[in-house]
Design a binder for this molecule. Structure first.
Ligand SMILES: [Zn+2]
Length: 100
């Protein structure tokens, strides 16, 4: 059996869970000040990672913690969009629970 390849690990800014980067969503604050989920992982701007737990996305949308992590401001409209994007992100993982 081959050794598992090294996988990049990132930390969820909400709960502090460290997990494989591919299991996290990158949220980026663009140079235009827009906070979006970065599906490609390549958008310019300051990024933060969020895991698949519903509460992390709820906290991202209801607190200023994400803005703090991104060292900027997250508009209320962007927070609403994040909540929707988070639900879609988590739905993509149905059948492969995040685990604790
Ligand atoms: Zn989390």
């Amino acid at each position: 059996m081959k050794q598992p390849r090294h996988v990049p690990v990132r930390t969820c800014v909400m709960c502090g869970t460290r997990t494989a980067k591919r299991d996290l969503a990158r949220v980026v604050l663009t140079p235009e000040g827009e906070c979006v989920v970065d599906e490609t992982g390549k958008r310019p701007g300051r990024g933060a990672y969020l895991c698949r737990r519903a509460e992390c996305w709820e906290r991202a949308a209801s607190t200023n913690r994400l803005a703090h992590a991104l060292r900027g401001e997250v508009r209320a409209s962007d927070k609403e969009r994040l909540a929707v994007a988070g639900a879609a992100f988590r739905a993509a993982f149905i059948g492969s629970p995040a685990g604790e």
